[in-house]
Ligand binder design. Structure first.
Ligand code: HEC
Length: 724
């Protein structure tokens, strides 16, 4: 017996390395080895850094799942998270364990083979803080470093957990949320025993910065502000003094913006950090810097010394930013042949619609060519490195339709690059936005401060509005050749806001879509080879890895985010729980069908004057649309205010003004809205409900004629808009 046990244990010991184990000891051992060198060395079994290795190319050499075998790919398992809002995270995978963040900054560790939960950590984000998040209660991922899982929370804390158990090791408030309403949705980056994190808040009047923390203690090591503060308080650095000379007026009273809410990349070859800086706050430059100026370092890539946070160089993509054109989009590092020389470059496709190639040794612009339709600038002057703007760009004298829209020609959804094809795969957006000054701009703490009218002059009713949106806001998977700076191929999508990308050695690219499919395309030709019904819009980027020699693909499926919430695209079903999906060859799993949406009959609005209706509509779009959706049409994850059980209409003021549901993420607005305002909003919502009911219940030839008429009008308008 004794001999037998000995033989068994030695067999297990010998064979242990071949099998991934998910017990505490194994996780501790595996994650202890994740450090700067491990993340820098590209491995295909694991997914150790946010974009795989530090270059963030999101490419894996794995090819068990390939163009030849992908038809046989199926769902191995799915894991339901606790909520149904947007999921945006890229998981980190270490030796068979997935570490991933979800809604409300909740973090899970799962067995990659089975989807079994190993631990969960809920940082108990106060639900009220959702009001300070422009773009849903999302989180784009965790970092793993020497046995720790590190992540940011919506209320701007940075937390390190024991990767093996999920127990908290340290926690620090990374930004003062009493000074400005900061939020963290981005994934921290780890390098040289440091954790780097930025934050969001530039829609609310925040002052952007990034800070590095000691990975072992959580102590702040350095901080780099991206925009200058009040000169009377003195400048933090020479870089800030230099920046202040490019601002006018009293910008500091508005915060200035420049938040670093997503892209931060460490470059181990040059030992430099690159941060992608966000938009101005408020968006409209005429408000925040009335005398113009470049407004450094808005909309720039800034290179920093990773040990001290000192400024090294910058390249500003959009001087005098006035359109929410962030440079926070995915920064990818590459070596490329450029005019006969091998150059170390940055590739970026930021919101402003140009694909940038920047020499990362010195920040010099090598090339900028439009990868989408743009009308704010004609081209970049390579001598000055500056865009040549069109006359309409700054909406100086009248409202202007500008491309790309504030959503950008590409948003946070990560790109991927395949060295096999030499192509960069971009989740591209084609849309426009009407930029219009607001009269009597009033700066408010804790509210959106854009200086631009958010309420677009929509159609006479929401059906027409949604049909029109389909005409003027679409998306594509764009395969871009950075060597020729031109498109190789593209796959059109009916909607914008499709998912991030993964490229693999199997000649495949994987992408989820806004319309709920998870797809594989041939990386060289763009032919669609496979798809899976994810039952909800997929925004996050997939990852791939192996466990026990078998290749897996994991992606998060949960619709939401900025566009998902605000566009309020009506769903016919209830949103399913947001899920983590994992695929492998030969698996055959399916997801349950979504439950049918509950539509409660709202009360009649009664008599409402046209004036009151217009006032209610404006208030609704200023205070409610960001979560409940444009025209009171919601995606369902946040309630559709047109279809509530009557108890909510009866207690409208208690909810909307007093905030009795604040613990559930529905804050009160007593500080900014009166009872009269609340009544106007309610009247608007009930009128929208009535209109919706009439359209739903409309039957017969007259209803069909009306709908056909709407479709024709929308098509004509869409066609006209093509010429903008
Ligand atoms: C920051 C996001 C956010 C904003 C802004 C917001 N809401 Fe909400 N609201 C929510 C969430 C989340 C819920 C759902 C709470 C729950 O039921 O779990 C909700 C619930 C409600 C409800 C109750 C319905 C229900 O089924 O729970 C009403 C009524 C409501 N909101 C009205 C408004 C109005 C009117 C405004 C604008 C003045 C507004 N909300 C602004 C997030 C928001």
């Amino acid at each position: 017996m004794r001999f037998f046990l000995c033989a068994l244990t030695s067999f297990m010991l010998i064979s242990a390395p071949a099998f991934a184990a998910t017990d505490v000891q194994s996780i501790r051992q595996a994650t202890a080895n994740v450090d700067t060198a491990a993340i820098a060395a590209t491995t295909s079994e694991n997914w150790l850094g946010h974009g795989n290795d530090y270059r963030e190319q999101r490419y894996s050499e794995l090819k068990q799942i390939s163009a030849d075998t992908v038809a046989n790919l199926g769902l191995a398992w799915s894991f339901d998270t606790d909520f149904n809002r947007g999921l945006e995270a890229t998981p980190i995978v270490v030796d068979g364990v997935i570490f991933v963040s979800a809604n409300w900054s909740v973090v899970y560790a799962l067995d990659a083979k089975t989807g079994k939960q190993l631990w969960k950590y809920d940082p108990a984000v106060p639900r009220e803080w959702a009001k300070m998040a422009c773009c849903d209660v999302v989180n784009r991922g965790v970092a793993v470093y020497q046995g720790k899982v590190i992540f940011g929370t919506l209320d701007a804390r940075l937390i390190a957990l024991d990767a093996a158990t999920g127990e908290k090791i340290w926690e620090t408030q990374s930004a003062d949320i009493t000074a400005y309403p900061y939020t963290i949705t981005g994934a921290p980056r780890v390098f040289k025993d440091k954790v780097l994190i930025g934050n969001g808040g530039a829609e609310y009047g925040a002052r952007g910065f990034v800070a590095a923390f000691d990975v072992n203690s959580g102590e702040e090591l350095w901080r780099f502000y991206t925009v200058p503060g009040n000169p009377a308080d003195g400048f933090e650095s020479a870089a800030m003094e230099k920046a202040a000379a490019t601002w006018t007026g009293k910008w500091w009273e508005y915060g200035g913006g420049g938040t670093v809410w997503d892209s931060m990349v460490y470059d181990p070859e040059l030992d430099q950090l690159y941060i992608g800086v966000g938009n101005g706050s408020p968006w409209n430059q005429k408000v925040r810097s009335p005398g113009g100026g470049d407004n450094l370092y808005l909309s720039s890539i800034v290179a920093l010394n990773p040990d001290t946070g000192e400024y090294l160089w910058h390249y500003q993509e959009t001087p005098g930013e006035s359109w929410d054109y962030t440079a926070t989009q995915h920064i990818m590092l590459a070596d490329m042949e450029w005019q006969g020389e091998t150059r170390k470059v940055i590739w970026q496709a930021p919101k402003n619609g140009f694909f940038f190639i920047i020499d990362r040794e010195n920040g010099k612009l090598l090339s900028a060519e439009p990868y989408a339709r743009v009308n704010w600038a004609t081209h970049y002057d390579l001598d000055t490195g500056r865009p040549v703007e069109t006359e309409r760009a700054r909406y100086e004298t009248k409202p202007e339709f500008i491309r790309p829209s504030s959503m950008g020609a590409h948003n946070w959804q990560p790109m991927a690059y395949s060295p096999d094809t030499g192509l960069v795969y971009i989740p591209a957006i084609d849309a426009l936005f009407k930029y219009e000054d607001v009269e009597d701009y009033l700066h408010k703490w804790g509210q959106w401060n854009l200086g631009v009218k958010l309420e677009q002059d929509a159609a006479p009713n929401h059906v027409l509005a949604q049909l029109m949106m389909k005409q003027v806001a679409t998306g594509s998977l764009l395969a871009w050749n950075p060597t020729t700076q031109s498109a190789a191929w593209s796959v059109p999508y009916p909607m914008p806001w499709n998912g991030g990308l993964l490229a693999t050695g199997g000649n495949l690219v994987f992408q989820g879509t806004a319309t709920g499919e998870f797809r594989a395309y041939a990386a060289d030709s763009g032919d669609q080879l496979w798809q899976f019904d994810a039952r909800t819009g997929v925004m996050a980027a997939p990852v791939t890895y192996t466990v026990d020699g078998e290749q897996y693909i994991t992606v998060l499926a949960g619709w939401g985010g900025a566009f998902g919430l605000i566009a309020g695209i009506e769903q016919v079903t209830q949103p399913p729980p947001s899920r983590i999906l994992t695929f492998k060859l030969g698996a055959k799993g399916e997801l349950p069908v979504n439950p049918v949406k509950q539509i409660n009959p709202a009360p009649e609005p009664g008599e409402v004057s046209a004036e009151d209706l217009a006032a209610g509509r404006t208030l609704y779009h200023e205070f409610c649309a960001g979560c409940h959706g444009t025209d009171a049409v919601s995606n369902g994850a946040v309630p559709d205010l047109r279809h509530l059980p009557s108890v909510y209409y009866d207690n409208f003021d208690k909810i909307v003004l007093d905030g009795v549901m604040r613990k559930m993420g529905m804050v009160g607005f007593r500080d900014v809205l009166t009872e009269e305002d609340s009544a106007l909003i309610k009247a608007y919502v009930l009128t929208q409900a009535q209109e919706d009911r009439e359209i739903r219940e409309a039957k017969g030839w007259w209803a069909s004629v009306k709908m056909a008429f709407y479709k024709v009008v929308a098509a004509i308008l869409g066609w006209v808009m093509n010429y903008v």
